[in-house]
Design a protein around this ligand. Structure first.
Ligand code: BTN
Length: 237
């Protein structure tokens, strides 16, 4: 239910607050927090969540599994569209980061949560907006919107805009609609046609060329003239 939003001051992780709601009420509103003390990112990393950023989780109940692998992509696409509204040129880094000027501006964490025989997807959005970023504690280059736009961004307006975009993407989801989205994503794909290093089942693939994202959200790359698909893994950058 994306109509109801709960704003909280300080939590450990909005992902967990959302799960607590589901355990109690079989439902969770969108959970937004000004600050997180144990924000988490991909692969169990710590996600810096100082005041001024946009940290929220939304939950989807019994979301169709065929779109399952695409969900993180749909989330990052909604963020991409909202950032484009600020007249910036963000890019999507497969599978679900949003980049600006070769630095990470947003990350998505989707967790599956089974409760009472129902499946929930908890989608966590972390967007660096006006927050400080402690570069000493971060393993990759990161940036916030404020430093690029040279002004404070209204965090709540950004939130509403992302939710609106996300809802539109969910509602209109169909082959034709998705084709358009996929084209758009492939036009704004970070490191497209460049040499990349891929982590695949704990092995590293060197000298692959990033080709595109396929219709199931998979990464398509070229290695020694052959095409390969990757459903889970990451681009090392
Ligand atoms: C990543 O790129 O590693 C994913 C980052 C996801 C961070 C968001 S912030 C809101 C939600 N709560 C969390 O603890 N994590 C996600």
């Amino acid at each position: 239910d994306l109509e109801k939003i709960l704003f909280l001051k300080k939590v450990e992780s909005t992902q967990d607050v959302s799960k607590d709601w589901i355990r109690k009420y079989n439902f969770s509103p969108v959970i937004v927090a000004s600050e997180q003390t144990k924000g988490r990112g991909q692969r169990n990393s710590l996600w810096q969540s100082y005041k001024g950023g946009l940290w929220f989780s939304l939950s989807l109940k019994n979301f169709s599994t065929f779109k399952d692998t695409l969900l993180p992509l749909m989330c990052s696409y909604a963020v991409l569209k909202s950032i484009e509204n600020l007249t910036l040129h963000p890019m999507i880094k497969w599978p679900n980061d949003v980049m600006l000027l070769y630095k990470k501006v947003a990350g998505i964490l989707v967790e599956k949560f089974n409760f009472n025989g129902e499946v929930y997807h908890i989608c966590g959005f972390g967007i660096n907006v006006n927050n400080e970023i402690n570069i000493e504690n971060i393993r990759y280059p990161a940036i916030n919107l404020k430093s690029i736009l040279k002004r404070e961004i209204n965090v709540n307006m950004l939130l509403f805009n992302i939710l609106e975009n996300f809802e539109k993407i969910l509602e209109n989801f169909s082959d034709i609609f998705f084709d358009t989205i996929l084209k758009d994503i492939n036009n704004k794909l970070f490191l497209k046609n460049e040499f990349i290093k891929i982590e695949k089942q704990n092995k590293i693939v060197y000298n692959a060329i990033l080709d595109s994202i396929g219709s199931e959200g998979e990464l398509i790359y070229i290695l020694n003239g052959k095409y390969y698909s990757l459903f889970s893994g990451r681009i090392i950058f």
